[in-house]
Write a protein that binds this ligand. Structure first.
Ligand SMILES: [Zn+2]
Ligand SMILES: [Zn+2]
Length: 262
């Protein structure tokens, strides 16, 4: 109870302090577009040109997996893949189409040490995942294997998870709840079935997290949803560990046209 009150007081003070800090930052570091670095009116924003290039996922999507659908056939629309085989997670949503424009930005974040992008990305993700975020208790990033973590020095997904969760003051981020059990070779170049096989037993739950996960509504955060095999494996692992429900929020989503091979 006391903790809640302290949190409320912290929130009351936070806004003016943030505004002040932002104003001070604007003087020292004039805001630049997060993509092309041209001048913009606020920190963490995009210039109109870069904004136009990005394709945010809006309009009708599959109720379950969030895949964009062309027509509007009603409220409970399921995409073909979900109609055929329901995923273990309740719902998934993504902020952006993963295309040429967003790829460069996401890769700069993943491999180019541009960790400051997490704030902007987290804002986009929490906007598209408002419903998911409002009904979750814990936020769980998809983990990197420790060898990759060692090479890359940071887990970009944990940064996204923190940024997404900062929109709510009563959810916990559990950065170590999921563990990679094998040093999975990259998913790149594998088709959907191969990706599923590759990640089927890739994750485990940290014993320290089991209490927080039991009966929780968990929100799994990842950078890009490609075939969904990774988040499906994470959802199964969390449900097996006692989570009541799992949803998924990713920054990018691969959206293939019907003619593309999966
Ligand atoms: Zn720009
Ligand atoms: Zn679907």
């Amino acid at each position: 109870m006391r903790r809640r009150e302290n949190e409320k007081t912290a929130v009351l003070f936070e806004r003016p302090v943030r505004r002040l800090l932002r104003a001070a930052l604007d003087v020292v570091l004039p805001p630049r577009c997060v993509d092309c670095r041209s001048a913009v009116d606020r920190q963490g924003g995009l210039c109109p040109e870069c904004w136009k290039k990005l394709s945010f996922i809006e309009g009708t999507v599959c109720t379950v997996c969030g895949y964009p659908v062309e027509t509007d056939p009603g409220r409970d629309m399921l995409c073909g893949a979900c109609a055929q085989r329901r995923p273990s997670y309740a719902r998934a949503r993504s902020a952006l189409r993963y295309d040429d424009a967003s790829r460069d930005l996401i890769l700069a974040f993943k491999h180019g040490d541009r960790t400051e992008l997490a704030t902007t990305f987290g804002t986009w993700m929490s906007r598209c995942g408002t419903d998911l975020l409002s009904r979750c208790d814990v936020v769980v990033p998809v983990p990197l294997h420790w060898r990759r973590l060692f090479r890359r020095r940071y887990n970009q997904t944990a940064l996204l998870a923190r940024s997404v969760a900062s929109a709510r003051h009563d959810v916990s981020v559990l950065p170590d709840a999921l563990r990679r059990l094998n040093n999975d070779p990259s998913q790149a170049g594998r088709n959907a079935a191969a990706r599923r096989d590759n990640v089927r037993s890739a994750f485990g739950v940290s014993p320290r997290a089991t209490r927080d996960l039991r009966n929780s509504r968990a929100l799994v955060v990842d950078d890009v949803f490609t075939t969904g095999a990774t988040v499906e494996a994470c959802a199964r692992t969390l449900l097996a560990a006692g989570a009541a429900e799992v949803s998924v929020l990713t920054l990018g989503r691969v959206v293939r046209s019907d003619s593309d091979p999966i």
